[in-house]
Design a binder for this molecule. Structure first.
Ligand SMILES: NC(=O)C1=CN([C@@H]2O[C@H](COP(=O)(O)OP(=O)(O)OC[C@H]3O[C@@H](n4cnc5c(N)ncnc54)[C@H](OP(=O)(O)O)[C@@H]3O)[C@@H](O)[C@H]2O)C=CC1
Ligand SMILES: CC(=O)C(=O)O
Ligand SMILES: [Mg+2]
Length: 414
């Protein structure tokens, strides 16, 4: 067993199994405390909420509570391994919600027979929470699930692998292209993968200026083109009228490669075929489509990002989901709309252009970080992310009419 593998297993096993716990937030030491916390005192907020539904935000933990819900059908890039193997990832997301945004989060792994069963299960428990973060649910079911839950729930429902990934990818991509002196509008883009993350990343890049006809998408069967008769409705939107069938054919002269598929799917021979100054986001976890060392050895004019913490330029949805929920919950948004997503893109993007505080340099273990090739996007440990992204999202929610309450006074002030 490798050292790192053993360290990871020990981290999860000791001193207590798992990564999250539940703590109480009120005194419960005396008979008086118990009389307030439980019977008879608890009857008072019960009566208040029965009379005024919004009082649930005043008297319970709902407004700061997120459910991280999965069925384990697309666990990172490890595939469809089922609900229980997904639990460490979901606990991990809960850890990140708390660590980065102060949100209480609980993981829920759902076993189900049909997609409708999953939808019913989640919508039946949704009111318990302030928001629902769907995670690691494979395409195409994830699209139907998210759409149905958004319709049925009046709290934000957000499939992180779709929109969290797309927001961070768009922020990083706009910056990387700016550094390379290129424009998203005219960029030729190859997207390896045609699932949850791929479809959402490409749709958001289009909203940010990319041209649909400049995007070539590949799934496990190769290039997605108009002659294929095995495409679901989501892939069909990216079908090119082309006679190109392989990665090598479509990547010729491409400015951008986005990998949200699986390990080692971008060979150096294909990377060599890209245009000058390419941008390569190999975002599959834990193992990217090409290792950064191999990419750097293949050519020296690229900007490279991965989903991992141990290389520069971590394009990972952790830069988004804690903060987008923070902002959404703080104004009790009914949903997370496009205005809020674009506000998050801009806030993440802009932060990378500011000077980096010493505390962040220290946490990252580096001497300096300056906007450029190896720093296109902020570090997850940057405490300014919460302030900037949550505020931008909350403001966008208020301005777009998604918020139920106004911005709290002095919200996320410096
Ligand atoms: N860095 C980040 O923040 C994030 C990274 N990801 C990564 O993206 C990947 C996909 O996740 P997600 O979209 O949720 O999963 P999905 O199961 O929804 O999609 C996986 C996609 O990858 C495609 N694929 C699998 N093998 C190949 C192959 N050999 N060649 C081309 N395409 C292939 C599948 O093709 P087919 O449709 O034919 O089955 C499918 O379209 C994972 O590795 C995950 O870790 C995901 C979210 C966030
Ligand atoms: C980061 C993430 O959500 C994933 O790889 O699935
Ligand atoms: Mg995920």
């Amino acid at each position: 067993m490798t050292d790192f593998r053993q360290q990871a297993l020990d981290y999860h096993a000791h001193p207590k199994p798992g990564k999250i716990t539940v703590e109480i937030s009120k005194p419960a030491e005396t008979s008086k405390d118990l009389a307030l916390a439980y019977s008879p005192g608890v009857a008072e907020p019960v009566r208040a909420i029965a009379q005024n539904a919004d009082d649930v935000y005043k008297y319970t933990a709902k407004g700061n509570l997120v459910a991280v819900i999965s069925n384990g059908t697309a666990i990172l890039g490890l595939g469809n391994l089922g609900p229980m193997p997904s639990k460490p990832v979901m606990e991990g997301k809960a850890l990140l919600f708390k660590r980065f945004a102060g949100l209480d989060a609980i993981d829920i792994e759902v076993s189900h027979r049909t997609t409708q069963d999953f939808i019913n299960t989640v919508s039946n428990i949704a009111d318990t929470f302030g928001g629902i973060n769907l995670e690691d649910i494979k395409a195409p079911e994830c699209f139907e699930i998210e759409k149905a839950l958004i319709e049925r729930c009046d709290i934000p429902v957000f499939h992180d692998d779709q929109h969290g990934t797309a927001i961070v990818t768009a922020a990083g991509m706009l910056n990387a292209l700016e550094i390379q002196g290129k424009d998203l509008n005219s960029a030729k883009i190859v997207c390896m993968g045609a699932g949850a993350a791929a479809i959402a990343c490409m749709e958001l890049l289009i909203k940010c200026g990319a041209q649909r006809e400049n995007i070539y998408m590949l799934d496990s069967k190769g290039v997605i083109h108009t002659r294929r008769d095995d495409l679901n409705e989501y892939k069909a939107l990216f079908a090119n009228n082309t006679d190109k069938r392989t990665l090598e054919e479509v990547i010729q002269g491409a400015d951008v490669f986005v990998g949200v598929s699986g390990p080692d799917l971008l060979p150096p021979s294909a990377l060599k075929l890209m245009a000058d100054k390419p941008v390569v986001f190999a975002c599959s976890n834990p193992d990217p489509e090409i290792k950064p060392e191999l990419a750097a050895a293949t050519r020296d004019d690229l900007i490279m990002a991965t989903g991992r913490s141990d290389y520069p330029n971590q394009v990972n949805n952790v830069l988004c989901f804690p903060f987008i929920f923070r902002g959404a919950l703080d104004v009790r948004a009914k949903a997370i709309n496009d205005e809020m997503k674009i506000a998050a893109v801009e806030a993440i993007r802009e932060l990378a252009k500011e000077s980096v505080p010493d505390s962040v340099l220290k946490a990252a273990g580096v001497e300096q970080l300056n906007f450029g090739k190896d720093y296109i996007i902020p570090k997850p440990l940057d405490p300014r992310l919460c302030q900037r992204v949550a505020k931008a999202v909350a403001v966008a929610a208020v301005e777009s009419g998604a918020a139920r309450i106004d911005l709290p006074k002095n919200y996320m002030a410096d």
